[in-house]
Design a protein around this ligand. Structure first.
Ligand code: 1QQ
Length: 390
């Protein structure tokens, strides 16, 4: 016990002393801690791709006032321990900031470590309540579900105003899913709809017979799902296989084209609210869509765009920090650079593929525009698209 305590103290001291003594490297290292393995890699792969496009794009434009950045990747896997390890490893790799982790569930475990090390965290996909409140060094470019989720319910009603009875399903072992379902449930009440059943599941579940049977017995005309990718995808599939024919609204866990092979042709018609549209009409989005499509032979979706925006926020805030301090980032020591970056992130606005965004002093994003899309599946039954609902 005492020995473990002393080891932790020594490690903390070592990192602090190192950070104070070490200049920032050139190219400037930026950490990317997302899920490259596990089920959560369905989201993480999109994030890696988006971040890589941003690295190439901003370096080609001169990086940070002439100094390039370099992304340092650490796989978080899908759980808290993986995220904690990835964050610790990146902090000792002398990154100026960390973009990550993929899940809210991981952020509540890992972000406090970076916050204590006074290293900015830019969340690319953490949408639950309470993320910016983790600490002064934590911010997000992923709009909270409070701002995004209700849009899909309103769209469902616009399509079918006869809907009255709603079934709600959520993953009870995931912090994002429990947060999102409470947003949905509140919105359902406000819209004057009736919640006829609330069903819980685990993100590791593959058989949803019990939940689907309850939904079918409830007479629900709308099903609202809050889970992650594989679980939500299988749930959609089994709802359809067992005969549910009404509208389905999916939460942010159904926001990835990597989920399409899970429910296959049965994904078609699911409504999803989104913080990004590849059709957004601004120059940086056009450049992003073009570069991304060229590199990966498919258009980008939300998680890629949000990862791109995170890297953009870091690059542009580093450039701002150089202007306000009158000092090159590479002439600063790490601790100085991290603090200057954290302050700069929270000033001004950014024109990103997500449209114009700003980060307020608390670390919360201010985003103007959201979208609702319907999943449309291709004849191959594995690929498809989010088609913007007008
Ligand atoms: C969160 C989410 C997930 C669906 C991101 C992949 O929004 O964990 O907050």
């Amino acid at each position: 016990m005492f020995k473990a305590f002393m080891t932790t103290i020594m490690m903390l001291l070592a990192t602090t002393v190192q950070a104070l003594a070490d200049p920032v490297a050139n190219p400037i290292p930026v950490g990317i801690a997302v899920a490259q393995t596990s089920n959560i890699a369905l989201f993480g792969e999109e994030q890696v791709n988006g971040a890589k496009v941003a690295e190439a794009y901003f370096n080609a434009k001169g990086g940070v006032n002439g100094t390039p950045i370099t992304l340092v990747f650490q796989d978080t896997g899908g759980d808290e321990a993986g995220a904690v390890n990835a964050f610790q490893s990146l902090l000792t790799s002398h990154v100026v900031a960390i973009v990550g982790p993929t899940l809210t569930q991981q952020a509540f475990a890992a972000d406090p470590i970076a916050d204590r090390a006074k290293t900015p965290v830019i969340a690319p996909s953490n949408t639950a309540k309470g993320i910016p409140q983790i600490g002064q060094y934590v911010c997000r470019v992923s709009a909270p579900m409070t701002a995004v989720a209700p849009n899909s319910l309103k769209k469902a009603l616009a399509i079918n105003s006869a809907i009255k009875k709603v079934a709600v399903l959520y993953a009870q072992n995931d912090a994002f899913s429990t947060s999102e379902t409470s947003v949905f449930q509140e919105a359902i009440k406000k819209l004057g709809l009736e919640t006829v059943t609330v069903q819980k599941f685990q993100t590791t579940d593959t058989d949803f017979t019990t939940q689907v049977t309850a939904v079918l017995g409830s007479g629900a005309e709308l099903v609202v799902i809050s889970g992650l990718a594989a679980d939500s995808g299988n749930l959609v599939k089994q709802l359809r296989q067992l005969g549910y024919q009404g509208q389905i609204v999916g939460g942010n866990g159904l926001n990835s084209p990597n989920m399409f092979p899970v429910c296959g042709p049965l994904c078609a018609g699911v409504l999803v609210a989104q913080a990004y549209s590849p059709q957004a009409d601004n120059p940086v989005n056009k450049a992003f869509v073009e570069l991304f499509t060229k590199a990966y032979k498919k258009p980008p979706a939300q998680f890629s765009a949000q990862a791109f925006a995170c890297v953009q926020v870091v690059v542009e805030a580093l450039a701002k920090a150089e202007k306000t301090t009158g000092k090159k980032i590479t002439a600063m020591d790490l601790a100085e650079a991290r603090t200057a970056l954290n302050q700069a992130i929270r000033t001004g606005s950014y024109m990103t593929p997500l449209g114009e965004i700003a980060i307020d002093p608390s670390g919360e994003i201010d985003q103007k525009q959201f979208f609702v899309s319907t999943i449309s599946m291709n004849p191959d039954g594995k690929t498809g698209a989010f088609v913007l609902s007008k």
